[in-house]
Design a protein around this ligand. Structure first.
Ligand SMILES: O=C(O)CCC(=O)N[C@@H](CCC(=O)O)C(=O)O
Ligand SMILES: [Zn+2]
Length: 328
């Protein structure tokens, strides 16, 4: 049934049953692309876990990864021990194989709350689902991994984006992520409208956007490099302590500046296929914009993450980041 939920969600077919049994618990399908898993014998203090994928429709490796975990649960190879909310984000965009249909869903979490359209509607549905899930399991710690893949290559193919928060991330998270072979962490410098920020800021969850390699079409992903991440998620589903490594196994970065596209006449001054985290020397011209003027590196070298000149006007065209010694 769980594998069918995934297939039916992707195919846009309504599932037959909205709730039922699974080995070790029950499942519920509150809305298309949402799946709640409830254990019959929950482990005390295991985090209530939100796992989301497909917030961008062309980022498919995490969808396949969740499919494997659901198949293992269904086959009884994993025993559910904590409540889990599995989310397929932008269903229409996943079906189209596009990042989004009309606008970027991952900029709509508590932004434009009155906006109309499929993506604003979906953001409201997802926020409602997370609100209800965390409220229902309010006695547990809260954890949300929002699983993505990046448009281009990266000097660190697997990295976490830590949304801005006034409170520090729990140290065990760094150890779990390092244990799952996450290679770098990027601390956001300010509040944002992303799904992981929503869970962190409004629900006090430990929450991250996890970039798990490059975006490829469904069926073309090599999940081998994600085996340690799959083991982390499996441990969490089973309420077991995950494998750990020292946080220092990862490189840490901080966003210094968000480069925004201000006008139609905007260009990035480096090759389109420049890998994430590429460093540029002081005074390098990074972008030209008819409205905002040129953007140059200052006195300290800067690395570029998520460069994209084709974003909507007013949206982020790149993050400019520097290395920091340790979690901050
Ligand atoms: O590869 C890219 O350029 C974009 C990858 C991506 O979708 N990244 C997320 C990061 C979200 C965050 O800042 O937490 C996004 O842009 O939504
Ligand atoms: Zn993404």
């Amino acid at each position: 049934m769980l594998a069918e939920w995934l297939d039916q969600s992707l195919a846009g077919e309504p599932g037959a049953a909205v709730e039922g049994d699974l080995p070790g618990g029950r499942y519920r399908i509150p809305a298309p692309g949402l799946l709640e898993l409830l254990p019959s014998t929950p482990v005390a203090d295991a985090p209530a876990l939100v796992l989301s994928a497909g917030i961008h429709g062309n980022e498919t490796a995490p969808i396949e990864l969740l499919g494997e975990l659901l198949a293992h649960l269904e086959a009884g190879q994993l025993t559910l021990a904590t409540p889990v909310l599995v989310i397929l984000g932008n269903l229409a965009a996943i079906r189209a194989g596009e990042r989004f249909v009309a606008t970027n869903l991952n900029r709509l979490f508590r932004r434009g709350l009155d906006a109309t359209g499929d993506e604003p509607d979906r953001a409201r549905t997802l926020m409602g689902a997370v609100d209800a899930f965390f409220a229902e399991h309010g006695d547990r710690p809260r954890l949300h991994y929002d699983l993505h893949t990046a448009i281009r290559d990266s000097q660190y193919p697997r990295f976490a984006v830590e949304p801005y928060a006034e409170t520090a991330t729990r140290p065990e998270q760094w150890q779990w992520l390092a244990g799952a072979d996450i290679q770098a962490v990027l601390h956001q410098h300010t509040h944002s409208w992303t799904f992981s920020h929503y869970s962190r800021h409004y629900h006090g969850a430990q929450a991250f956007t996890l970039e798990l390699g490059r975006a490829l079409p469904l069926g073309e992903n090599d999940l081998t490099p994600l085996a340690p991440m799959e083991r982390l998620l499996a441990a969490l589903l089973e309420g077991r302590p995950p494998a750990t490594r020292p946080a220092a196994a990862m490189a840490f970065f901080r966003v210094e500046h968000e480069l925004k596209r201000a006008s139609r006449d905007f260009r990035l001054c480096f090759a389109d296929d420049t890998p994430n985290f590429t460093e540029f020397a002081p005074n390098t011209l990074l972008a030209e914009d008819a409205e905002a003027g040129p953007c140059r590196v200052g006195e300290t070298p800067l690395r570029v993450v998520f460069p994209n000149a084709r974003v909507e006007i007013g949206a982020r065209a790149a993050l400019l980041v520097t290395a920091v010694p340790e979690p901050c």
